[in-house]
Design a protein. Structure first.
Ligand code: 3MF
Ligand code: MG
Length: 351
C-alpha cells in the first residue's frame, strides 16, 4: 500500500466511468447504476469530487425548461453536499445530439452551431448551480471525416468565436479544452495540447481558457503525456488531467492508470509533483473504463486501483535520490540514470 501523504491532491471521476460495458461490437453486459449510487461510491472510495456531463446532472435536458433544469441541478448539488463531495466540472455532451452529427461549434449548418452555443450556455448555468470549478470542452466532433468537408482555418475561428460567446455569458467561468486527435472523427481541429493552448490565446480572455491533458489522448497523438502536461504547466494552463492508460495507437482504451506503462505513469506524477500541482486548485481526474469482462460487483475496481497506483507512484516520485540523480545528470551518465530509475521503480537494490 502507498505511504505517501497525498493531501495536496484532490481526486475525481465521472459517472460514465462506472458503465455497463457496451462497445461498438456488443451490447451492455452490466446493469446501470444510479447517479446517487455513483456519488456514494465516489465517497466510499475516498474521492473528493465528481466530474459531470451536463446531461449526467439533468437527463434529457433539451426537453426541459431552464427553470426545471436549474431545479434538477440544485438537487444534484444537495446530493453532493450530503456526501461532502464537490463537483469538479461540467462538460456539454455535444457529441450525442442530432444537431451535432457534423460537429457543434464547427458544424457546416448555422442552426446547429447556434444549438451548440446555446447548449454551452446551459452547461455553464448547470455548472454554476452545482458549484463546479470549470467547464470542460472535449471537442469530440469538431473535426472532419474527409478534409474537403470543412475549412479547417474557419473551424478554428468558429471555435474561438464560440469560446468568446461562452466567456461573455459568465465572466467568472473557466474553460478547459480537452484535446484528442481522432475518434469519433477522423481528424480533430484541436488534436493536441499545443493546439488547445494556441486556441486559448486567440480568445478574448486567455486567462480563463486552460486545458486538460488526458493520458490516452496524448498517446493517440503519438506524444508523451508527461511532456504534454509539462508544456501546459509551463503556460500555467493545466487545471485538470484525465489519468488513464493506453496501449499504443489503438482505439481509445481508457485503461486503468499505469496498467500499460508504469514508467509513463511515474513520469506524469513526476511533472505534476515538481510544479506542486494541486496547490492552486487543480484536480487529479481519472477517465478510466472497466474491462467489458468485469462482473457487476467488480465494476469499480479500475477506479480504486488507479487511485492506489497514483499514491504508490507518488511515493516513488518522492523517494527518488535527488542527489544521485543530480550527480548522474552532471556526469551525463544517462545510462546509469536509466538503470537507477528502473531499480527504484522495480524496488530492487541499486548498485
Ligand atoms: C473521450 C473523453 C470524454 C471526456 C469527457 C469530459 C467521455 O475520449 O475523454 O469522456 O473526457 O466527455 O469532457
Ligand atoms: Mg477524458
Amino acid at each position: 500500500m502507498a505511504k505517501a501523504s497525498a493531501k495536496q491532491y484532490r481526486f475525481s471521476f465521472g459517472p460514465w466511468n462506472i458503465d455497463e460495458g457496451a462497445d461498438p461490437f456488443g451490447p451492455t453486459v452490466r446493469k446501470p447504476e444510479s447517479l446517487a449510487k455513483k456519488i456514494k461510491v465516489a465517497k466510499a472510495l475516498g474521492f473528493d469530487g465528481v466530474q459531470f456531463h451536463d446531461d449526467d446532472v439533468v437527463p434529457d435536458l433539451d426537453s426541459k425548461s431552464h427553470a426545471q433544469i436549474m431545479k434538477e441541478a440544485a438537487q444534484v448539488k444537495r446530493m453532493l453536499d450530503a456526501e461532502g463531495l464537490k463537483a469538479e466540472f461540467t462538460a456539454p455532451r455535444l457529441w450525442f445530439a442530432r444537431e451535432t452529427i457534423d460537429g457543434g461549434f464547427t458544424s457546416n449548418d448555422p442552426k446547429c452551431r447556434k444549438y451548440a452555443i446555446e447548449r454551452g450556455k446551459v452547461c455553464i448555468d448547470i455548472n454554476n448551480a452545482i458549484g463546479g470549478d470549470w467547464i470542460v470542452l472535449w471537442l469530440a466532433r469538431e473535426g472532419s471525416y474527409i478534409r474537403e468537408s470543412k475549412n479547417a482555418r474557419v473551424s478554428v475561428l468558429q471555435l474561438r468565436d464560440a469560446l468568446n460567446v461562452m466567456l461573455e455569458h459568465d465572466p467568472k467561468s473557466i474553460f478547459l479544452i480537452e484535446p484528442k486527435p481522432n475518434e469519433p472523427v477522423d481528424s480533430a481541429i484541436i488534436p493536441t495540447i499545443g493546439h488547445a493552448i494556441g486556441l486559448s490565446y486567440l480568445t478574448n480572455d486567455p486567462s480563463r481558457v486552460g486545458c486538460l491533458v488526458e493520458t490516452a489522448h496524448s498517446c493517440l497523438a503519438g506524444l508523451d503525456p508527461s511532456d504534454d502536461m509539462a508544456f501546459a504547466l509551463a503556460h500555467n494552463k493545466l487545471k485538470s488531467v484525465h489519468l488513464n492508460d493506453q496501449g499504443g495507437l489503438k482505439f481509445d482504451q481508457d485503461k486503468s492508470f499505469g496498467s500499460y506503462n508504469l514508467r509513463r505513469a511515474f513520469n506524469q506524477i513526476r511533472v505534476l509533483e515538481e510544479y506542486e500541482y494541486g496547490k492552486h486548485g487543480e484536480w487529479i481526474g481519472l477517465d478510466v473504463k472497466a474491462m467489458r469482462t468485469q462482473k457487476q460487483d467488480g465494476n469499480t475496481k479500475h477506479l480504486s486501483s488507479s487511485k492506489e497506483r497514483f499514491l504508490f507512484l507518488l511515493e516513488k516520485v518522492r523517494t527518488v535520490d535527488k542527489k544521485l540523480e543530480a550527480q548522474l545528470i552532471a556526469a551525463r551518465d544517462y545510462e546509469e540514470l536509466d538503470r537507477y530509475i528502473l531499480c527504484h521503480l522495480m524496488g530492487v537494490k541499486y548498485r
